[in-house]
Design a protein around this ligand. Structure first.
Ligand code: SF4
Ligand code: MG
Length: 326
């Protein structure tokens, strides 16, 4: 059974000239206990909005988020706050959300005191242990955010997210702002923490190389919709959606001598997505049907879902030999 299950989750914003921008378009998604789900796609496709909506940092416009039998979109007050402590976020830029006047120990202790009702003495012990666990050392507790490098600040951001002992963490581009040399260290730390704590994670990134290191499954987003879900190995062996194929081909080091597929045109305006398959304006396989009929997300092989009329794996489930569509 999934730890979290999204049903028809929708997020709309008011755009310019009174237009509605549907940033997240009726997403159905299951996240299983203990897995790391990599959420990929170009910037502007709705990944961050979906991650924030799952924690109600951004309020969903419609749909449900089922967590342990509760629809968390309907929770209020104390029940919401207590439940929400199980679900935490690691941000791309932790510095922006770290109060510069407070010590690291205070910053990390705060969720323990507020969300979990720990005593000060217990919180102090737990903060020391957590600062050790994220590789900062307990001495870091007496210092303030500006005294740390970017990589260290992300370790502080991770410690703060883990302070209330969450079961589920959304990590939104957690290494994108870091030097490449530091990225691997933070990814290795997250991998260790996931294993040691049995965490379930949504790992949002536009960087497929990073996602391949950490994710068990991959979900691909395009214009607010999930268009492919696959195991990591199946995805990197050959995406089933033409958009995933193009994304992967843009990182030659990950592909096995695939040709580079240039995506035609820009990402369309999310306030006015193309009719039919929203990817048809950029798809090299598009046929007439694609311009009028929107494909459903459907299972094409065990554990593999694709939103495309002409998926790149045979419907008979032979992911090792992707067939070119007609
Ligand atoms: Fe391309 Fe058609 Fe599939 Fe959309 S439905 S991805 S346009 S082939
Ligand atoms: Mg983003």
């Amino acid at each position: 059974t999934p730890l979290l299950e999204l049903s028809k989750l929708r997020v709309e914003f008011n755009g310019s000239a009174g237009r509605k921008v549907r940033a997240v378009r009726d997403v159905d998604l299951q996240i299983y206990e203990g897995e790391t789900l990599g959420l990929v796609g170009e910037s502007g496709c709705g990944k961050s909005t979906l991650g924030r909506a799952m924690l109600r940092i951004t309020e969903p416009t419609a749909g449900a988020i089922n967590y342990l039998g509760l629809d968390i979109t309907r929770l209020r007050g104390t029940v919401f706050r207590r439940t929400r402590a199980d679900l935490q976020m690691v941000f791309q830029d932790p510095f922006g959300s770290l109060n510069p006047r407070r010590t690291i120990a205070d910053i990390v202790a705060e969720p323990m005191l507020r969300a979990r009702g720990m005593s000060r003495a217990d919180a102090r012990t737990a903060v020391d242990a957590l600062l050790e666990q994220v590789g900062l050392g307990r001495e870091a507790g007496a210092r303030r955010p500006h005294e740390f490098s970017g990589g260290q600040r992300q370790r502080i951001g991770i410690a703060r997210a883990l302070a209330p002992s969450p079961r589920f963490v959304v990590a939104d581009e957690p290494v994108s702002a870091l030097d490449v040399s530091i990225q691997a260290q933070v990814i290795n730390l997250l991998t260790d923490l996931i294993r040691e704590r049995g965490l379930t994670m949504l790992f949002i990134s536009h960087d497929l190389g990073v996602v391949r290191h950490i994710a068990d499954r991959i979900a691909v987003m395009y214009l607010g919709q999930i268009i492919e879900i696959a195991s990591r190995d199946d995805f990197f062996a050959g995406p089933a959606h033409p958009y995933g194929e193009a994304l992967l081909s843009s990182v030659p080091s990950l592909g096995s001598a695939r040709e580079r597929i240039e995506l035609a045109g820009e990402l369309p305006d999310p306030a006015a997505p193309p009719p039919g398959c929203t990817f048809h304006t950029r798809c090299r396989y598009a046929i007439d049907r694609c311009t009028v009929e929107a494909p459903e997300l459907r299972e094409v092989a065990p554990g593999r879902q694709v939103r495309c009329h002409l998926p790149l794996v045979p419907l008979s489930a032979a992911p090792s030999s992707p067939a070119a569509p007609v």
